[in-house]
Design a protein around this ligand. Structure first.
Ligand SMILES: *Cc1c(COP(=O)(O)O)cnc(C)c1O
Length: 444
């Protein structure tokens, strides 16, 4: 039986604050230690390694289709950089009081798609491509995958369709990669999707279907249309294990980058990660990967907009994907188009339940402030969605619940040796005139 929202607010007092659109901090009471969290997990490190190897097999093909990936030998990877000026700025302007080292993981600048979706989205398209190619004898074991860039391969893939529902960035990553391989591509865009993202896709030959409804509807209809065509494959952001694993590969590479920066993560050197969350796949996959490597020494926090905190509402109530933000009276509407999701992935909610440390929510107005803060301090541009990440480092030491979390986990004395990663999830493809518009956006 479903509870009505009054009952929910009585049972979970924080729901009242969420309903009022307040910025909240929530510590996950269901988090266990790493060993216990993996006991019932359907995915393991082996699955992540399998995905990593697949991306390596495709590297020669990616390098051939996207020469901008040459620097990294066909791997789509972003830099991790210390942002000490931003840290100083956050401490001064917002009283963040953040010790240790603040870093920015610039998935905003990932090749090909300019967002974190270049991980999961592209991985899933490649996985499907490999499956088809092996099944139809286009590839044999030991073949270089560069073969897939030849006209005969393109002709083969043009007989197949890839479809996806998207608020924008997932559509761009799936659309650009699928078009490069030769597929017919249909992207079902929710009302929140920005016009320039639709235009960019159409310029790649992608069919864009626009919806006046939200993300869940776009997904639902996209799935239905795709299922009617036996040669069509639907990338299911709400349930896909492949997307999730594509995101998870980030973690192993990050471990190498931390080492290069001589940043230790161990019992005395905790790592905090703050990731903007929409349906949950990207932050869930990245966090899952990080947990495999750093186990109890990494503390993962998601950040969502105050009007679309779908993962938070699912986790707080335990109803997971059986509840939407509209069910508790929120609009689901936000300037953070990448996070404009009303109902979370049930699959990700289940995996993260024992792993997630907690959540922050952030008002849209602050996304623009943080965006300008980062531009001023470090001269790095992120899209508003990505700036949600900064709510974590700003709030961590200011909120009673997070302070209690630090105490409960014996972290208080270790904060001077901590690393904090704000996961910058998108931005480099935003056109100049839209950037200007963002820079001048001030909300209440
Ligand atoms: C998609 C997206 C996210 C969140 O990813 P989900 O898998 O939807 O949770 C965060 N930031 C940006 C910029 C995105 O496009």
């Amino acid at each position: 039986m479903k509870m009505d929202d009054k009952e929910l607010a009585e049972k979970f007092p924080i729901i009242g604050d969420i309903q009022e659109g307040k910025e909240i901090v929530w510590i996950n009471p269901d988090k266990t230690d790493y060993m216990e969290s993996m006991a019932g997990s359907e995915l393991t490190m082996e699955d992540v390694e399998d995905a990593e190897k697949r991306l390596l097999r495709f590297a020669p093909f990616i390098m051939r289709c996207f020469p901008e990936t040459k620097d990294r030998n066909g791997l789509i990877e972003s830099v991790l950089s210390p942002i000490s000026k931003m840290q100083e700025h956050l401490n001064k302007k917002y009283g963040a009081d953040l010790l240790g080292k603040l870093l920015l993981k610039q998935d905003s600048h990932l090749a090909i798609a300019g967002s974190v979706k270049a991980r999961g989205g592209i991985y899933e398209v490649l996985k499907h491509t490999e499956d088809l190619a092996l099944e139809h004898g286009l590839l044999k074991e030991d073949d270089s995958y560069e073969k897939l860039a030849e006209p005969s391969s393109r002709k083969f893939f043009s007989g197949y369709t890839i479809q996806v529902g998207s608020t924008g960035n997932l559509g761009m990553s799936i659309g650009i990669m699928s078009a490069a391989i030769g597929y017919e591509v249909v992207v079902h865009m929710s009302a929140d999707a920005k016009q320039w993202k639709k235009e960019l896709l159409r310029n790649h030959g992608v069919t864009v279907i626009e919806y006046e409804s939200d993300y869940s509807e776009a997904v639902k209809n996209g799935r239905k249309v795709s299922d009617e065509n036996p040669k069509s494959y639907f990338v299911d952001d709400e349930n896909s294990r492949n997307l999730f694993l594509g995101y998870a590969v980030a973690a192993k590479r990050l471990a190498g980058q931390l080492e290069e920066l001589q940043i230790t993560v161990d019992e005395d050197h905790p790592l905090f990660v703050y990731i903007p969350c929409g349906v949950g796949g990207a932050p869930g996959g990245v966090s899952f990967g990080l947990k495999q490597i750093f186990k109890d020494n990494v503390h993962c926090f998601f950040v969502e907009p105050t009007q679309a905190p779908c993962m938070l509402v699912g986790m707080v109530t335990g109803l997971n994907s059986d509840i939407s933000v509209q069910d508790i009276g929120l609009s689901g509407q936000t300037h953070a188009d990448g996070l404009a999701v009303g109902r979370p992935s049930g699959f990700v909610g289940g995996v993260m339940k024992p792993m997630l440390s907690g959540e922050f929510t952030v008002k849209d107005a602050n996304l623009y402030h943080y965006m300008r803060d980062l531009l001023d301090a470090e001269n790095i541009f992120l899209e508003p969605s990505a700036c949600a990440a900064f709510q974590g480092p700003i709030q961590l030491n200011q909120d009673n619940d997070t302070r209690k979390y630090l105490m409960d986990h014996g972290l208080v004395g270790k904060m001077a040796q901590a690393a904090h990663i704000a996961w910058a999830t998108g931005g480099s493809l935003v056109p100049e005139e839209i950037r200007e518009e963002y820079k001048n956006t001030y909300l209440d």
